[in-house]
Design a protein around this ligand. Structure first.
Ligand SMILES: [Mg+2]
Length: 361
């Protein structure tokens, strides 16, 4: 078998601004596995710097090349791979990249699309839009445009000091339509009054208002505001999700499969949340068409009940590395019915945007 990694940099159509900063490129690691005529792909959700997580592209390459390739050599089932990799503390993004590669491989071997291979499926993914911070007029325009395009939920990025202006303006632009906000960890418990002031806007949830790895302060905050809390950054594993639910730190969970070590943990989180009355949706990390295909497959699971951030590819990239990107109709994306993740990779384009290539096995 052969295992390659391509580091690619794709320009985004619209720079994406959150409380963390502005992103103009998606600097992605794409993994490619070849074995007896089957080619599987996956994507690491790490970025070029550790601004989102302690993991970045360089740590992912290090952990995968120096420690994880040994565990994937004989192509174990995804669960078995995770057990073997269990001695490595954290680094769930690195683990997730290889774990999902195995899901694509095994569903292709079985001749089944991944969204069916994972079990109970709704057959499609409901999609919400995520609008980055920009001038207020532009954000209002983008929100109205999202309504016209049929998105099922409108989410806007906020940061400290801008929340009231953004939320009141966008709310007035879209009326009663389901709306949420994402603070990307910008607040502390000192800001309870500010966060509470958003209660009057009838938001579906406020996403990750407090620190990136916190559960306890969120639980405290949840008891003082009426807007439900959605945890995103804090959910890095099933165990973190279980603990969050056990202390009422959230009513909603945003699962990013690439952040929680892949599909095995994602499905466990989704089922556990479902059994405990917690809503679940699937987020995104500005993935290319490869990572996006995994997200859409997972978002189609019967255990996912809220619209996710899995917008069609052309919202982010002029040209993607897949030939058959997803399209959305009436706020819904249907996964492709080809085996595995169902996307066809434009290899020549992939290579033309590759800045570094690693032969791992
Ligand atoms: Mg978020």
């Amino acid at each position: 078998m052969e295992l390659n990694c391509y580091r690619v940099s794709l320009p985004l159509i619209v720079p994406f601004t959150t409380s963390f900063g502005t992103q103009k490129f998606r600097d992605a690691l794409i993994f490619e596995l070849n074995k007896d005529g089957t080619t599987a792909y996956s994507e690491s959700v790490t970025e070029e710097s550790p601004g989102y997580s302690y993991e970045d592209n360089v740590t992912a390459i290090h952990v995968i090349r120096d420690f994880l390739t040994e565990s994937i050599k004989d192509l174990p089932e995804p669960k078995e791979f995770l057990e073997r990799a269990g001695w490595i503390k954290g680094h769930n993004m690195a683990k997730g990249a290889l774990e999902m590669l195995l899901w694509d491989f095994y569903s292709k071997e079985a001749g089944i699309p991944l969204y069916k291979y994972i079990g109970a499926t709704k057959g499609n993914a409901e999609v919400g839009v995520s609008i980055g911070m920009d001038e207020i007029d532009l954000m209002m325009e983008r929100a109205k445009d999202a309504l016209k395009r049929g998105y099922k939920r409108i989410k806007v990025k906020i940061k400290k000091g801008m929340e009231e202006k953004i939320v009141s303006s966008v709310r007035s632009a879209i009326g009663e339509f389901p709306m949420s906000v994402d603070a990307n960890t910008d607040y502390t418990l000192d800001d309870i009054d500010t966060i509470k002031s958003l209660d009057k806007y009838g938001l579906k949830y406020i996403e990750q208002p407090l620190s990136y790895d916190d559960l306890i302060d969120h639980s405290n905050l949840a008891s003082k505001i009426s807007t439900p809390i959605c945890l995103d950054e804090s959910i890095t594993s099933f165990e973190k999700a279980r603990k969050a639910i056990s202390i009422n730190a959230c009513k909603v969970i945003n699962i990013k499969p690439g952040r929680v070590a892949g599909f095995t943990e994602s499905l466990n989180i989704a089922k556990y949340a479902h059994d405990h009355g917690i809503h679940v949706w699937i987020g995104g990390m500005l993935e290319t068409g490869i990572g996006r295909a995994f997200n859409v497959s997972l978002a189609s699971s019967s255990f996912v009940d809220y619209p996710g951030d899995t917008s069609p590819n052309d919202r982010y990239f002029k040209k993607d590395i897949v030939r058959n990107p997803f399209t959305m109709s009436d706020g819904v994306i249907k996964p492709n019915d080809a085996p595995g993740i169902g996307v066809e990779v434009d290899h020549r384009f992939l290579v033309s945007f590759t800045s570094e290539r690693f032969k791992l096995l």
